[in-house]
Ligand binder design. Structure first.
Ligand code: GDP
Ligand code: MG
Length: 166
């Protein structure tokens, strides 16, 4: 199996940490060679089950000017073309206008979206469950996977879940 995945989320939720953890875990190649004019390969994760190619996206936000509009259009196209979108969040940040905006954009895209709740090492189990319930009301996620990118908790399960959609 092999396919394309993109990772979205607010700054500081742990996107780089998660990527670095996945790279460290098994054979992986990082590359910033231009794949097409709009997508950049961030990481290629390889294991016996197959390959996951992570693509960079400028992220979704409300466009305030022409450049912003252009970046949003690139992000939307990336989101349509990948096999899976990983939406990374952290339990210390509640759902706000930004999250509702992303959810709205994702509805039009139809790509399966996996909600990845990172930094579970920082909160109690009950809090994670409440957090999951809140996000379930926001969007019909294909899957929800709690992880700790820093400690490498449940990241194997995350990879397994991604492969389900490739
Ligand atoms: P990015 O902006 O989304 O790429 O976030 P970074 O990967 O740079 O991480 C932001 C901060 O969160 C760093 O200080 C990380 O060490 C920390 N961080 C990332 N993942 C975890 C985690 O699973 N648990 C904890 N406690 N901290 C984390
Ligand atoms: Mg980063």
């Amino acid at each position: 199996k092999s396919g394309f995945v993109t990772l979205i989320g607010r700054p500081n939720v742990g996107k780089s940490t998660l990527m670095n953890h996945l790279i460290g875990q098994k054979i992986a190649i990082t590359s910033d060679k231009p794949q097409t004019t709009r997508n950049r390969i961030q990481t290629v994760y390889t294991e016996e089950n197959g390959q996951i190619i992570f693509l960079d996206t400028p992220g979704i936000h409300k466009a305030k000017n022409k450049l912003g509009e252009y970046m949003v259009s690139i992000a939307e196209r990336t989101m349509k073309e990948v096999d899976v979108v990983l939406w990374l969040v952290e339990p210390s940040t509640f759902i706000g206008a930004g999250e509702r905006h992303i959810a709205e954009q994702l509805l039009a895209v139809k790509t399966p979206v996996i909600l990845v709740i990172n930094k579970v090492d920082t909160v109690k189990k009950e809090e994670i469950l409440k957090f999951i319930e809140a996000y379930k009301d926001l969007y019909a996620f294909a899957d929800i996977v709690p992880v700790s990118a820093l400690k490498g908790e449940n990241t194997k399960e995350l990879l397994h879940t991604i492969f389900k959609y490739l």
